[in-house]
Design a protein around this ligand. Sequence first.
Ligand code: GLP
Length: 233
Amino acid sequence: MIANLEVCDTPETVAHRAADIIEATTRAKPDASLLIATGNTPMLTYAELARRDLDMSRVCAVQLDDYLGIDDEDPRSLYGWLQRSFVEPLGVTRVLRFDPLAPDPQLACEQYAQAVRKLGGIDLAVLGLGPNGHLGFNEPPSNASAPTRSVTLSEASLRSNASYWRGKDVPKSALTAGMDVILAARVRLLLVTGAHKRDILRRVLSEPVTPEVPASYLREGSLTVVADREAAC
Ligand code: GLP
């Protein structure tokens, strides 16, 4: 399967194109389940969506990942970031989230996976690309059947996530939607911007599919990549 790669001039035009795809999905299915990444890349997309006259009140925002042991009031909470960037500006009322304080993280992950199944799976996954090829926090090596689980973050992820929380430590472990959940999404949208993602995007799209680059598994189904010139050329 060849990924559909759309190259846009700038991160802003990436955001417009991505917002078009999300808007089309939610107009066709107002109660769509959307797997929603945080991270820097999709922020312009969510801001663009918020400028549009859309009724997102019936969609279900499904959290892609969160740090373990971080409460909602902590500025590093990825749930908090999801709320500020997507849920509140878009008037979303349904959220399927992780419980980062669960005494039994494994059980919390099983409950999350079961709730996703009950939703009927994911209609659209909005994904960013980790600098080491991770999706959510599916760190290399992760194969296509890696389940929703708690993980120890790699050095590469600790480094890249440090830029989000200047002056604060990055939590060392996290909960992530499994590769199985992500890859079963009916539409997979990967957003990639910036020259620092050029090499990993090339590996995702052009090198053999491998657990060492978890995002490469996206090529085994239908995939739309929207990238800016800096990342794609
Ligand atoms: C982070 C997150 C991912 C995110 C990715 C890319 O570590 N776990 O959910 O999509 O890495 O982040 P960014 O968009 O900031 O480059």
